[in-house]
Design a protein around this ligand. Structure first.
Ligand code: CUA
Length: 413
C-alpha cells in the first residue's frame, strides 16, 4: 500500500528538520569545544585584563568554530550526497534567487557583528578605564631598549631614611615633588593597578606584554598610556611590537645562558621584563628600596657612579654592546666594550681616551669602529633635546669605561 503524496513528503520534511536540528546542535557544541582550546595557544594569564580579553577571544573563537564546522559540514555533505553519477554529464538544475536564504545569511552575520561590537566595546572600556590608586610608572622606548622611571618622593622614602641625611641638592628635589630613578625592568606587585605612560626618544615602538594582554604604540611626540592589574606573581616578557630598526628583535626580554662567578651555566634575564612581586612589602624590600638607595646616595667615585648609571639601564647601551662586567652578553650591533680602557687612547690620533669616548657618545658618527654601521643613538647635552644625557652622567660613564682594562678583548676590536 502506498501513502498519499502529502503524507509522504511531510514525513520526509519532519525527518529533514530532525537532521538539521541535530546538525545545528552538533555545530554549536563543536564550536564551544573548539573554544576550549584557547588556553593552549595563549600565554599564561597574568592580569585581570587578560581574563577579560581571553573570555572575549573564547567567545569569538566559539563563533568562528561554529562557522568553520557549518561551512566544512555543508561542503563534505555536498561532496558525498550530490557527487556526479557515473555517465551523467548533464548540468544541475538552474537556481536563481532565494529571498529567505539571503535574508537569513544577512541577518545572522549582522547579529553576530552587533553582539561582538557591544561585547568588545565593554571589554575595551573596562580594561582602559582609570583604576583607583594606580601605581604610575613612565616607560621610555629608545632604539633598542626599554627604560622605566620610578618616582621617589617624601612619602615613599626607604625605611630608616630621612630627608636630612641626603645631600642638599637631592633633598631640595625631593621637597620639590620628588626625584626619579631609572631601571631596565618594570616592577610592581599583585593586585596593584598599574598605569604605564609611554614616550619614545626616537622612532615609533610598541609596548607589548603578552602575559598581561596589553599592547600600545609609542608615537613620536606624544604620550600614550596603558593599564593593567597583575593577578599572578611572576616574570613576564616585554616585547617591542613595531619594527624600529636593526635591533628591533633585541628590544625585548631574553633569557640567555651565562657562566656565573662559580663557572657554572646559569640562565639570566636580559632586556626588559615585567617582574610582579607577591605583595607591596616584598616589592619595596626587594626592588624599590635598594634601587632608591642608589639614587638617594649616589657614590662619589665617578667610576662607581658611571657603573651604577650604566647598570640601571637608564641609557639603552646593553642592547647593542657587550660588557662582561655588567653582564651585557647579547649585543652585537655595536663594538664590544670589554677592554675599552686599553684601546681608547690609541683609537684616534690627537684624541685622548676620554675625548674619544666623549665624542663617541655626543657625535657617534664622527668615527665608526670598522665593521659597524651608523646606528648608534646620539646622546645630547640639552634637556630639551631627545636622548638627553647630562654632562655629569657622561663624565661618570667615561670614567667607568676607561676603568675597563682587564676585560676580554674581542677579536673584532
Ligand atoms: Cu622598538 Cu621595535
Amino acid at each position: 500500500m502506498t501513502l498519499p503524496k502529502t503524507v509522504q513528503s511531510s514525513g520526509r520534511s519532519s525527518n529533514a528538520i530532525l537532521w538539521i536540528a541535530a546538525a545545528g546542535a552538533a555545530i554549536i557544541v563543536g564550536g564551544i569545544v573548539i573554544a576550549q582550546l584557547q588556553p593552549l595557544i595563549f600565554p599564561t594569564v597574568g592580569s585581570a585584563e587578560a581574563q577579560q580579553v581571553d573570555a572575549l577571544f573564547r567567545f569569538m573563537f566559539a563563533i568562528g568554530g561554529m562557522i568553520f564546522l557549518l561551512v566544512e559540514g555543508v561542503l563534505v555533505y555536498s561532496i558525498l550526497r550530490y557527487r556526479v553519477k557515473p555517465g551523467d554529464l548533464s548540468d544541475g538544475p538552474p537556481i536563481q534567487g532565494n529571498t529567505t536564504l539571503e535574508f537569513v545569511w544577512t541577518l545572522i552575520p549582522a547579529i553576530i557583528v552587533l553582539v561582538l561590537t557591544i561585547y568588545s566595546w565593554a571589554v575595551w572600556s573596562s580594561t582602559h578605564s582609570i583604576k583607583p590608586n594606580e601605581h604610575t610608572v613612565s616607560a621610555v622606548g629608545a632604539r633598542f631598549a626599554w627604560t622605566f622611571n620610578y618616582v621617589i618622593d617624601q612619602a615613599n622614602l626607604p625605611d630608616g631614611v630621612s630627608i636630612d641625611q641626603l645631600n642638599p641638592e637631592i633633598a631640595d628635589d625631593l621637597r620639590d615633588g620628588g626625584i626619579s630613578f631609572s631601571y631596565n625592568q618594570l616592577a610592581t606587585w599583585v593586585d596593584q593597578p598599574v598605569a604605564v605612560s609611554l614616550t619614545t626618544q626616537d622612532v615609533n615602538h610598541a609596548f607589548w606584554i603578552p602575559g598581561m594582554r596589553v599592547k600600545q604604540d609609542l608615537l613620536a611626540g606624544r604620550t600614550t598610556e596603558i593599564r593593567f592589574t597583575p593577578i599572578e606573581a611572576g616574570v613576564y616578557r616585554i616585547v617591542c611590537a613595531e619594527l624600529c630598526g636593526a635591533g628591533h628583535g633585541a628590544m625585548a626580554g631574553q633569557v640567555v645562558t651565562q657562566l656565573n662567578e662559580a663557572g657554572e651555566e646559569e640562565q639570566v634575564l636580559q632586556g626588559a621584563w615585567l617582574i610582579v612581586y607577591p605583595d607591596e612589602a616584598t616589592y619595596r624590600r626587594e626592588f624599590f628600596e635598594p634601587e632608591a638607595m642608589h639614587a638617594l646616595f649616589p657614590p662619589e667615585d665617578p667610576v662607581l657612579l658611571g657603573r651604577q648609571i650604566l647598570a640601571s639601564g637608564e641609557y639603552p647601551c646593553a642592547t647593542c654592546h657587550k660588557l662582561t662586567d655588567l653582564n651585557w652578553a647579547t649585543g652585537v650591533l655595536g663594538p664590544n666594550l670589554d677592554g675599552i680602557g686599553d684601546r681608547a687612547d690609541d683609537r684616534i690620533p690627537n684624541l685622548t681616551g676620554e675625548e674619544y669616548i666623549h665624542q663617541s657618545i655626543r657625535e657617534p658618527y664622527a668615527f665608526l669602529v670598522p665593521g659597524y654601521g651608523a646606528i648608534m643613538t646620539q646622546f645630547n647635552d640639552e634637556p630639551n633635546e631627545p636622548n638627553y644625557m647630562p654632562e655629569e652622567d657622561l663624565n661618570a660613564i667615561i670614567a667607568y669605561l676607561l676603568s675597563q682594562t682587564a676585560g676580554v678583548e674581542a677579536a673584532s676590536n
